[in-house]
Ligand binder design. Structure first.
Ligand SMILES: Cc1ncc(C[n+]2csc(CCOP(=O)(O)OP(=O)(O)O)c2C)c(N)n1
Ligand code: SF4
Length: 284
């Protein structure tokens, strides 16, 4: 992966496209943090691909100077994995909403996590379907009232962090759009990690699920001295109810998917597999 010849400032990662998100949407803070992290890491835009699903969050690739792929709902990960396999030298960042990632796209997350491709998967978690006007999502709390749940949501929310830790991701962290400096550092660490780096970013939807007032009392950093290689401890932090922890929960090193694929290709090329004619001759 090459770095830009002249490092870009965060501003220079902006495109001419202006976000049409509602004023005050948390996604602005996430986008600014991505710009900061790209600038800090001196990422050359031509070596970067941002892949998104559908949702307000799905518009993100249009705002980042890079290659981009605004895919279909829930399909961030298969597209991102395809990009990474086609050219392992690229930086790949997948972005999407909690609905995109954990409702319609939920079947892809375990397999991406256990394969461990070297990419970042960033969820903008607003606990609501923003684009389609505020229906409850898999991370909405019990009791959440919206057009689709006028008497309150009766389903328990799922826990993206605990799920992804259990799926075998090698980097799991959580950030908050309202703390862009800390979030920039977290994205930087996720990009530095070699393997599947999952970031759940709490990014309030000011229009349909305004949590700005209640969040500050609940947010707390991952405790100092937390051993990020301790998976059981990472689970404990993810399952805490008193606090919503911010920082790196879990990080270990394991071989990446693309390294494994390259080895398989090498082995296949070195061996002399039977020719198709030989295989077919068995059935003649
Ligand atoms: C296959 C398919 N089903 C449903 C939709 C309608 N749809 C568009 S975005 C969305 C959910 C958006 O919520 P989320 O993924 O959390 O993103 P946000 O808008 O909150 O950023 C839905 C259900 C769609 N576009 N495609
Ligand atoms: S509807 Fe919600 S998530 Fe979508 S742009 Fe507006 S505030 Fe952001």
């Amino acid at each position: 992966m090459s770095t830009a010849t002249a490092p870009l400032t965060p501003q220079e990662y902006k495109t001419d496209e202006h976000p049409i998100w509602c004023p005050g949407c948390g996604d602005f803070g996430v986008l600014a943090s991505v710009y900061n992290a790209l600038s800090a890491r001196k990422v050359n835009p031509r070596d970067l691909v941002v892949v998104s699903g559908i949702g307000c969050s799905g518009r993100t690739p249009g705002f980042i100077k890079s290659y981009g792929f605004h895919s279909v709902h829930g399909r961030v990960l298969p597209v991102a994995l395809g990009v990474k396999l086609a050219n392992p030298n690229l930086h790949v960042i997948g972005v999407g909403g909690d609905g995109d990632g954990f409702a319609i796209g939920g079947g892809h997350v375990p397999h991406a996590a256990r394969r461990n491709p070297d990419m970042v998967y960033l969820i903008m978690d607003n606990a609501v379907y923003g684009l389609t006007k505020g229906q409850y999502s898999p991370t909405s709390p019990v009791g959440y009232v919206a057009g689709s749940t006028p008497y309150g949501n009766i389903e328990q929310p799922l826990n993206p962090l605990a799920m992804v830790i259990s799926y075998g991701a090698t980097f799991v962290g959580q950030g908050y759009s309202g703390k862009p400096r800390e979030l920039s550092e977290l994205i930087n660490k996720a990009m530095e990690h070699r393997g599947f780096a999952f970031l759940n970013v709490i990014s309030p939807c000011i229009t349909f699920n305004n949590t700005y007032k209640v969040l500050p009392a609940k947010l707390a950093e991952v405790p100092p001295g937390h051993d990020v290689t301790n998976r059981a401890k990472a689970f404990e932090l993810a399952l805490e109810t008193e606090h919503i922890r911010l920082g790196v929960f879990y990080q270990v090193q394991q071989p990446t998917f693309e390294d494994g694929v390259a080895q398989v290709v090498k082995k296949a090329q070195a061996s002399s597999p039977p020719r198709l004619e030989e295989i077919f001759s068995e059935f003649a």
